[in-house]
Each structure stands twice: as C-alpha cells, then as structure tokens.
Design a protein around this ligand. Sequence first.
Ligand SMILES: Nc1nc2c(c(=O)[nH]1)N[C@H]1C(S)=C(S)[C@@H](COP(=O)(O)OP(=O)(O)OC[C@H]3O[C@@H](n4cnc5c(N)ncnc54)[C@H](O)[C@@H]3O)O[C@H]1N2
Ligand code: MOO
Length: 410
Amino acid sequence: MNPLPEDMLSIEDARRAILERITPVGAHECVQVRDALGRVLAKDVIAPCNVPAHDNSAMDGYAVRFDDLPSAGEARLNVVGTAFAGQPFSGQIGPGQAVRIMTGAPIPAGADTVLAQETTRSEERSVFVGGGHRRGQNLRRAGEDLAVDGVALPAGKRCGPAELGLIASLGIAEVTVHRRLRVAFFSTGDELASIGHPLAPGQIYDSNRYTLYGALTRLGCELLDMGVIPDEPAKIEAAFRAAADNADVILTSGGVSVGEADFIRELVNRLGEVSFWQIAIKPGRPMAFGRVGNAWMFGLPGNPVAVMVTFHAFVRDALLALQGIAPLPPAPSFDAVCGVDLRKRPGRREYVRARFEWRDGAPHVAPVGSQGSGVLKSMSEANCFIVLAHQCDGVSAGERVAVQPFEGLM
Ligand SMILES: Nc1nc2c(c(=O)[nH]1)N[C@H]1C(S)=C(S)[C@@H](COP(=O)(O)OP(=O)(O)OC[C@H]3O[C@@H](n4cnc5c(N)ncnc54)[C@H](O)[C@@H]3O)O[C@H]1N2
Ligand code: MOO
C-alpha cells in the first residue's frame, strides 16, 4: 500500500484556512423581486408595513365578543352582518351580536374571538354557540408575521421561493443583492478533446467542464468557460492571467499532482500563491488552493469524481461565502445502517458513492458501482455519500454510518 504523505491537511483545517481568508464580493446591485431568486441580500429588508396588515380571521365562521359566550350550555347571538377578505364589516359588534366572517377578513370592531363555523349552529339571522372557547382564538394579529420597521429578511440570506413571496407580501418591488460571483474555469490536459471534435489517439472527452458548469450554475454564478487548455505552461499562464483579470474565482481541473505534465501549482506559485495542495481526503487529495492576482484559485484534481468531491467539500461553501451567504448552511447529514463491510485507511476522510433507501422505517445505505475516482457512472447512480471519518479504520455490515444526501447539494 502506498504511504500517505505526512504534510496533508485535514479537511477541517483546509476548510477553515479557505473560509478565514475569503470575504464576500463587495459590489451590490438592485434587482426586481423575481430576479432576486437565488441571489444573496446585501442589505437587510426592513418591513414598510405590518404583515398581516390587520387583525384577521384564520377560519370561516363568526366573529364574536368572548364575554358573550356561555361557560356551559348554549347561547344565541344575533348575526348583524358579513365580513369577507377584501370587504370588511364596517360596523361595530355590540353585546349579544356576531358577524359572519370568512378566512382573511378583518376582525370587526368590538369582536375579539372567532368561532369556526363547524362549532356553531345557525338559524336564519341567529347563531347558537356552546362553551369551551378561548378568548382570541382563530385570530391572526396585525404584524404577527412581520412587524412594521422590523428586519423582515437579514443581509446574507439567499432568496428562495419563500423569500420572494415574503418580499412581495411587503409590497417591495426591488431589493439590494450582492453582484453575481464571476467564476472562470478551464480544463487542462493534452489528452482532452471537446465535444464536436474527433478523438485523436489517446484522447478522451473533457467531462469536468460540464460537471463544473452544472455545479456552478446551480449556485447562481456567472460563468466564464475558458475551454480546454493543453499541457503547455505558456498557454496555461495566459489562461490564468485572463481569468484573474475577469473573475473572482478560478477553477481548474487536472495537472495538479506530481506528474511531468502537472504545471498548475508551479504556475500559480509564480503568478500568485498556493496556500496548500495536499488534503487528507479520498478522492481528491491533490487539490490546490491559492490566489492568482485578485482571484481565488482552486486547482481541482483531474479525476472526474475527485472534481465533484472536492467541489462538494471545499468549493461550494467557499463560493457561498464569497456570495455573501451568512451563516453557511450546514450540509444535510444523517446516520444510516450500512449494508456491507467497508475497508478504510485511517488518516483521511473518505467519500463513498452510495444509495440510501428507507426500509422498515429506518435508512439503509450501501455503496454503488466502482469507486474509482474516474468513474462518473457510479456518481450518477449514487444518491448520497457515505462519509467515513478521518480516523475510522473500516465499517462492519450493520454499523451506522454518516450519510450526506446529494439532493440540494450537487
Ligand atoms: N505519483 C502520484 N500519482 C498520482 C497521485 C499521487 O499522489 N502521486 N495522485 C493521484 C490522484 S489521487 C489524483 S486525483 C490524480 C490527480 O492528478 P492531476 O490533477 O494532475 O490530474 P491529471 O493527471 O491531469 O488527470 C487525472 C485523470 O483524470 C483525467 N482527466 C483530467 N481532466 C479531465 C477532464 N477535464 N475530463 C475528464 N477526465 C479528465 C485524466 O485523463 C487522468 O486520467 O493524480 C493521481 N496520480
Ligand atoms: O484522490 Mo484521487 O482524487 O483518487 O482521484
């Protein structure tokens, strides 16, 4: 078995080193509510009005005065009008009176309680009510969702469907968001051909740019796809310079290890700085992080699954932090019963492509397909990673293991 290098950083140390150094992109812009989907708020959204705007009914039924309700037996109240959402009852409810009310209608003056109509009996202009009610029941108070002048959404929040609706519920047409993150990316390797070009002997099709396109698009980044760059230092250097002039982040794949055509680290060290490049992770050990000009640089390993694992473990959260998202959402994770024995070398965290399913009310998980770090098929068949901790030295069938589902992450 090959020895593990001694100067590998743990995943936690590498993540900390990355996240401590980066700060969100400074530039902001104003966008229409719909265009805020996936964008990160750069300023708090302050409520210009209450939501709900007025005390209103949570049920179809009757608005009443609690003091008119019997503690036992049945009381009769006079129905003096009707309140609809959008058509309030303009009068005042007096003793012994009720107003027929629909869900969302403003509570008439004088009423303090709503009876669901299923708990009542009506006859012409009367309603009969029993005991057992609570003062204030079935009422939604003005401002109980969002209070006027309060922070409705904090800066750093990424806008999803709920946030768009919430902003609209305040009547706000535009919000201030961080500028989109610009990410330049290219693949390196003489063996790589792009789609549409025939393969020369020894060549393979470049898949990493497409995987990265997918992952970056899902994160809402502005993409600068720089294609395939051959293993020629001058060409890679030119690509780095152009990328650093135009992007906040540069992602490369390939050429980061110790082979004779692996130029990435040497070039980045000349144009900027490599902070570290060996991490206690499998797959993905040779991943370089550093800077070129004003851009952050992630030199991802060439193997297609190593690209995805390092993106998941390091790049994703770094991009979220650069977009201004705070605090970073934790990666969803749960424990599942492992169906097979797993071999594992202590001293690095391993990400195993796997599928989980629910059986007998509990999650079960087992690896899928070949775990070679060039094998994308098993990545596509998997729906989660089994994450084996740094010091773990193997798992026996039936033991519980940590699982990170892909949904929402990849
Ligand atoms: N002597 C050592 N050799 C290797 C080590 C090591 O520590 N010592 N590490 C291995 C590990 S782990 C990985 S991962 C790879 C990473 O090396 P590179 O980043 O230099 O990647 P390449 O050599 O350029 O490519 C590796 C592999 O991936 C294929 N590839 C590259 N780019 C693409 C692409 N865009 N689309 C599809 N496939 C791609 C490439 O053809 C190679 O097969 O190094 C190990 N070696
Ligand atoms: O760790 Mo490499 O990333 O096996 O493929």
